[in-house]
Design a protein around this ligand. Structure first.
Ligand SMILES: CC(C)(COP(=O)(O)OP(=O)(O)OC[C@H]1O[C@@H](n2cnc3c(N)ncnc32)[C@H](O)[C@@H]1OP(=O)(O)O)[C@@H](O)C(=O)NCCC(=O)NCCS
Length: 175
């Protein structure tokens, strides 16, 4: 059964393979994954993990940032995907981004892992004391809509933002 883990060197090889896979697909993935340099990550994996987890408490936050936790969905030694859980919203996140972002590596998509990843991340959000979370996605992202709706997401509405090229949906999930 897939489970959540903190990002760990144990999954190094599988994680690097997943990043190559995501980048070979050209597109998809969270913004940060698209920009990662695999050679740089492989050269100092510990430094990469530290950077990935730089917003986790008790980190001191740069101006305008909120605490966020990083989770990896793993099965055995295989990396399947990841989620970020923002502990609170800023006005910007309230508009776009919400509490949770996630991605599943291409070779593991459409097997229910996205729904599992969000379900397990929602448990962590409940553990933080949140009573509801906001999740946003592009209206044309049918996979993400399926993940959110499969976890009880209630649509707040569909919005067009000056800062984003596509219509965006905002969903709330009660915890
Ligand atoms: C969105 C994403 C996480 C979905 O992951 P996944 O593991 O494929 O999702 P699941 O297998 O749990 O599928 C959830 C539902 O969406 C449907 N679905 C998944 N991908 C789909 C697609 N490309 N088109 C249509 N429906 C899709 C599934 O059939 C399933 O529907 P069901 O509940 O009726 O069975 C994955 O496609 C991804 O990582 N995309 C790139 C990053 C991204 O968009 N992240 C979200 C940002 S808001």
């Amino acid at each position: 059964m897939p489970e959540l883990s903190v990002p760990s060197p144990q999954f190094r090889e599988s994680f690097l393979q997943a990043v190559r896979e995501m980048q070979a697909e050209g597109g998809g993935g969270l913004a940060s994954s698209r920009d990662w340099d695999v050679v740089e990550i492989a050269a100092d994996f510990d430094a990469f993990l530290k950077q990935l987890r730089r917003l986790e408490p008790p980190a001191e936050l740069p101006e305008g940032w909120v605490h966020a936790s990083e989770f990896w969905l793993i099965e055995g030694d295989a990396y399947l995907g990841r989620s970020s859980l923002r502990h609170t919203l800023t006005p910007r996140l309230r508009e776009f981004g919400g509490h949770i972002g996630y991605e599943i590596r291409p070779s593991a998509q459409r097997q229910g892992h996205g729904k599992t990843l969000l379900r397990l991340t929602l448990e962590r959000a409940r553990g933080l004391g949140l009573d509801r979370v906001l999740i946003t996605c592009d209206t044309d992202n049918l996979g993400s809509r399926g993940v959110i709706e499969g976890n009880g997401g209630v649509l707040e509405g569909e919005f067009v933002l000056d800062s984003h090229p596509k219509p965006t949906r905002r969903y709330w999930i009660a915890l």
